[in-house]
Design a protein around this ligand. Structure first.
Ligand SMILES: Cc1cc2nc3c(=O)[nH]c(=O)nc-3n(C[C@H](O)[C@H](O)[C@H](O)COP(=O)(O)OP(=O)(O)OC[C@H]3O[C@@H](n4cnc5c(N)ncnc54)[C@H](O)[C@@H]3O)c2cc1C
Length: 384
């Protein structure tokens, strides 16, 4: 029997794992040394970093998805359907009523997203293609007034996405020449932009928002939402109300229910893994991407970002390929990477080791905007 690897989730982490595994194991068309089964409930694979562009009409729905049938090469098979349960002890999963067993499992099931305070009645959840697209429909009709971008709870994936959304909305509204009669406000429970970052980085993002006249309201925790009105609690038990005409919001993020039911979550509510090998408390069961919680210096946690899901996929795929050859794992995950904050025609880049003080923000330039576009193009070209 060929060794079998079960990859749970066909998003950024899952697709990266399957592709890397196939390459590193030495699978070729017709010569498959191992079976790689990718389990995915959706028909296509979403590239979520493009959703902020979708909000302002720079991407259409069909441009943010990869076709999963294009992944089925080099021993990779896609099992369509919702995974109902995971048995990590026996390295088994049930999908469509069928049990699949593997020698290794890599879990990359992302986050469960929930709209809280009935926000979807009054605004748009831009963390989904449907919400990003309906926001754009309303933005096109918008003739001036108050636009609110609201972080409804922490943590959320992509620490820069709400800031990027506000900056791209600003860019769109300026193009439409209605900036003089439009207020844009970003409300968040964070104490400052990107709470994982240093004061220097946080300060630079604040100044960027100020330059664009975007009102920034940190330490605003949403407590109720009504038509055209939001209420936030502030430190010191003060409540403040804010009016809006158009609303984009992030949903609440939690680990998917089946992960909790499988006993895979730790005290953080997320899957806790070995920081270097990304193995869970079960042998040969690994978890990567948004579903895990990784501590980095100073009691902070690594941001939930596609760039880390990809590096974690590389680490796990490399080590599984070695173990299949009877060798010891020798690649350890390091939380190094870069993250681009687009503003329309320019972008800034946060870059470095997320474990250390040396994390830097590089100033806005057109080249960095194109770097973000090329990263998206490379994702689709490499994987689909
Ligand atoms: C608006 C926005 C902007 C972003 N911008 C950036 C950026 O600029 N840079 C960056 O690095 N990151 C960015 N991100 C974050 C990035 O998209 C995520 O960190 C990344 O997708 C995480 O990969 P993952 O594999 O953990 O989860 P996902 O990519 O979410 O994949 C999880 C997959 O599991 C599937 N699944 C879940 N449950 C089941 C089940 N029971 N059965 C079968 N399948 C299931 C889901 O359908 C999904 O396809 C952004 C995210 C958003 C929302």
């Amino acid at each position: 029997m060929k060794p079998t690897i079960l990859v749970l989730g066909g998003g950024i982490g899952g697709i990266s794992t399957a592709r890397e595994l196939s390459r590193k194991i030495g699978n070729e068309d017709g010569i498959n040394l191992a079976r790689i089964l990718v389990f995915e409930k959706e028909k296509s694979s979403l590239y979520a970093p493009s959703l902020t562009w979708m909000m302002v009409g720079k991407r259409e729905e069909k441009q943010v998805y990869g076709d999963l049938s294009d992944v089925e090469l080099g021993g990779i098979e896609v099992i369509h359907g919702e995974i109902q349960s995971i048995d990590p002890e026996n390295r088994a999963v049930i999908s469509n009523g069928t049990e699949y067993r593997g020698d290794y499992i890599v879990i990359s099931l992302g986050t469960k997203l929930t709209d809280i305070y009935n926000l979807s009645r009054y605004g748009h959840n831009f963390y989904t293609p449907a919400g990003a697209s309906s926001f754009y429909e309303d933005l096109q009709q918008f003739e001036g007034g108050e636009i609110a971008v609201v972080v409804s709870s922490l943590p959320h994936k992509s620490p820069v996405a709400p800031y990027e959304a506000a900056l791209l909305i600003d860019d769109f509204i300026r193009e439409k020449e209605i900036r003089h009669k439009t207020g844009i406000t970003l409300y968040t429970p964070e104490t400052g932009p990107m709470d994982f970052a240093s004061e220097e980085i946080s300060g630079k993002v604040r100044r960027l928002m100020e330059e664009k006249e975007i009102h920034y309201k940190p330490e605003h925790t949403l407590i109720t939402a009504e038509k055209n009105s939001l209420t936030f609690s502030r430190p010191g038990n003060k409540n403040v109300k804010a009016a809006f005409d158009l609303l984009a919001f992030t949903p609440k993020h939690t680990a998917p229910d089946l992960i909790r039911e499988a006993g895979l979550t730790g005290t953080s509510g997320w899957v806790e893994v070995d920081e270097q090998t990304l193995q869970t408390t079960h042998d040969n069961v690994f978890a990567i991407g948004d579903i895990i919680s990784l501590p980095v210096g100073d009691g902070k946690t690594l941001p939930k970002a596609g760039v880390f899901a990809q590096y974690q996929a590389d680490t796990v795929a490399h080590n599984i390929a070695r173990m299949l050859r009877g060798k010891q794992p020798n690649k350890m995950f390091e939380p190094k990477g870069s993250y681009i904050l687009d503003q329309g025609d320019k972008a800034s880049k946060v870059d470095g080791d997320f474990n250390a003080e040396e994390l830097k923000i590089k100033t806005s330039s057109m080249i960095r905007h194109w770097e973000k576009v090329l990263t998206e193009k490379a994702w689709f070209l490499k994987n689909f």
